[in-house]
Write a protein of this length. Structure first.
Length: 175
């Protein structure tokens, strides 16, 4: 065998290997077209769920901060209302203190109502966050299953923070 015939033989083998590989990839690409379409739809839904998860978490954190600040202020107001007890005689306040006491008590009660409204909003936000987390996790699991069927086990699944950034939710929206 001459050197030239060996090179031609190797080139022929290489051509067969490349042709088989390209054919295999083209067949897989065609055979799994439905799964790829399904992955695109699932990814959009997952990005929406991830963005909602981050959006709800940011709202919960904001409300937690507001509630903590309000709790400290309510504690000061509670002490101010209780301070009037020192001036009471036989359960009654002197006339000149009663109006100030009523104002302080009304302000305290108004602030408690506001704090309770924030607490309800906080609980609703936690429920939204938890529901978005379940939805995100379910969609991520579905994407992994579809990707495995499409023989793409390393298909990239965006994290919630990546999904939020893709949808424009994040640190710049924190207030």
């Amino acid at each position: 065998m001459t050197r030239r015939s060996r090179i031609h033989g190797l080139l022929a083998v290489l051509l067969v290997v490349v042709t088989v590989q390209v054919g295999t990839h083209l067949f897989r690409w065609y055979a799994h077209r439905d799964e790829r379409g399904h992955l695109i739809v699932l990814r959009e839904q997952l990005v929406d769920a991830g963005a909602e998860l981050v959006r709800a978490q940011l709202a919960v954190e904001r409300l937690e901060t507001e509630i903590k600040v309000e709790d400290r202020q309510l504690e000061n107001h509670r002490r101010a209302v209780e301070a009037y007890d020192r001036h009471a005689r036989e359960g009654a306040l002197p006339g000149h203190l009663y109006d100030a006491y009523r104002r302080e008590l009304n302000d305290f009660n108004t602030r408690v109502q506001q704090r309770n409204a924030w607490l309800e909003e906080w609980n609703a936000g936690r429920a939204r966050r938890d529901a978005a987390g379940v939805r995100y996790t379910t969609l991520a699991d579905s994407m992994q299953a579809v990707a495995a069927r499409a023989r793409e086990p390393l298909y990239p699944i965006p994290l919630p923070a990546e999904a939020a950034a893709e949808r424009g939710v994040g640190a710049r929206n924190r207030k």
